[in-house]
Design a protein around this ligand. Structure first.
Ligand SMILES: Nc1ncnc2c1ncn2[C@@H]1O[C@H](COP(=O)(O)OP(=O)(O)O)[C@@H](O)[C@H]1O
Ligand SMILES: [Mg+2]
Length: 343
């Protein structure tokens, strides 16, 4: 695709100046673990060579930063997730990152961020992603400081179930479902991102149980906290329950604690506090309680959620009302925990 407008040509001109920009870096040789100095292209140069103009930072993770960008090839805004492998531990480089690069490009669903492509340069990976300009749901919930309005709540829950249903149907599990990994697009629809802990069960043997305990503790199911081999699909369902509870109340369902046993006691007793300002229907409360079934064998599947009375009442699957995005909210004091851990 080519555009001859003045802004396009000016932007292209700017990119051409960055194409060979480089900086001295200390790199680690993966083979022998030794460090050496080398001149490497800057992020701006790597992407300029692909006609991509980098803009402001959208978010940061443990080993990644995500930047807004503009793709002059396709004339569209994009997001670029940049991972510096030299800063990441071995298991991340050898296990989780290859899975993210393998699984994500295979996924095509309206409620999942598309990975268009990825670039490998020196010790860095650049994931070229569909852009969601409404920011993530953690920032959103902090901004509204309460439950998600009715008009969005059920639709968003449905969209999350549709995305996860699509994945589970294909034997793909996400394992890091949480507010930070759910984005709002320009039409106010939900898009799931971050396949850093995902797994394609089709590539494994007969045993579908997981033994890697990843994700955030606040969203972790009892079997994960107990350190037992677990059905990863049912662990995704538990995390969906945590997300739904936050949608309905604006609060976390379980208080975080360093000690797993304290959290497990809350999972067992299930004394959920429904905030007074949130008018939660009995059907919705019952759905949440069913999701938080301690025994994963009895916990509902994603199809059970899609078919549940509360969710199946509404037919809509996309946002139908006018919506103007206000400026995003960033760097707030996060009342709701956003730590990513692997334990
Ligand atoms: N495609 C995107 N569009 C807009 N913002 C994004 C996009 N991808 C990620 N982000 C922002 O960057 C943050 C970190 O991205 P993520 O892929 O979750 O990285 P990590 O694996 O390090 O957690 C997200 O929580 C979100 O705020
Ligand atoms: Mg993330």
């Amino acid at each position: 695709m080519f555009d001859e407008s003045e802004t396009y040509l000016a932007e292209l001109n700017k990119l051409n100046q960055y194409k060979f920009e480089s900086e001295e870096k200390v790199l680690k040789d993966v083979q022998n673990g030794r460090f050496y100095k080398s001149l490497v292209l800057t992020d701006r140069a790597v992407l300029a060579q692909r006609k991509i103009a980098l803009k402001e930072t959208l978010g940061r993770g443990c080993y990644s930063k995500v930047k807004e960008a503009y793709d002059l090839n396709h004339l569209r805004p994009i997001a670029v997730k940049i991972i510096d492998c030299s800063k990441a531990p071995k298991d991340f480089q050898e296990k989780f990152l290859p899975r993210e690069l393998d699984v994500w490009p295979k996924v095509t669903h309206p409620n999942v961020i598309t990975m268009y492509d990825y670039i490998i340069n020196a010790n860095k990976i650049y994931m070229i992603l569909e852009f969601a300009n409404g920011g993530d749901l953690l920032s959103y919930i902090q901004r509204i400081n309460g439950p998600v309005p009715d008009k969005d709540c059920k639709l968003w829950m449905k969209q999350i179930c549709n995305a996860v249903g699509y994945l589970h149907e294909r034997n793909i599990i996400h394992r890091d479902l949480k507010l930070e990994n759910l984005l709002i697009d320009s039409n106010r629809n939900i898009k799931l991102c971050d396949f850093g802990f995902s797994k394609d069960l089709n590539l494994l043997g007969n045993d579908d149980l997981s033994r890697t305990y990843c994700g955030s503790k606040a969203y972790a199911s009892p079997e994960i906290l107990l350190g037992q081999p677990y059905d990863p699909k049912k662990a995704d369902i538990w995390a969906i329950g945590v997300i739904f509870f936050i949608f309905l109340t604006g609060n976390m369902p379980f208080k975080e604690d360093k000690c797993n046993q304290v959290i497990l006691n809350q999972h067992k007793t299930l004394k959920l506090v429904w905030s007074k300002n949130a008018k939660v229907s009995t059907t919705a409360k019952n759905l949440i309680k069913t999701i938080f079934t301690f025994d994963w064998v009895k916990r509902p599947s994603i199809q059970d959620l899609v078919d549940s009375e509360w969710l199946s009442l509404s037919q809509e699957t996309t946002c139908t009302y006018e919506y103007n995005l206000r400026s995003r909210f960033r760097n707030t004091n996060r009342r709701i925990d956003d730590n990513k851990t692997c334990y």
